[in-house]
Design a protein. Sequence first.
Length: 117
Amino acid sequence: MHGITLTKGTDKWRDNEDHKEEVISLAKEGKTATEISRETGINYKTVQRWCEKADVILTKGVSKGSRKIDEKVKKEVLRLIEEGKTVKEVERSTGVSEVSIRRWCVKARNTLYNRFK
């Protein structure tokens, strides 16, 4: 504290240089911004901004909204939940997102409930 002051964010900037290099490297390998974000823990928008500034074009991922889920996968997910597996365990073993698993469980529960009304 002897008259030396750091500008806010200065120490953060130094740390970011290594992270930027990693992000750029992953992008050059063909990973999407979402994949890079999940792998590094760096915000999705930050990944996009760093790649844009470095003139690195990010690979586009498949929109999950347009993806059709096989009914067999859905049945397997519900079976695993019924067996007592946690949502996280099912997510890891099937590759289906936690949000989808929870949505399917609610829908299945509502369907079952409506049958016995």
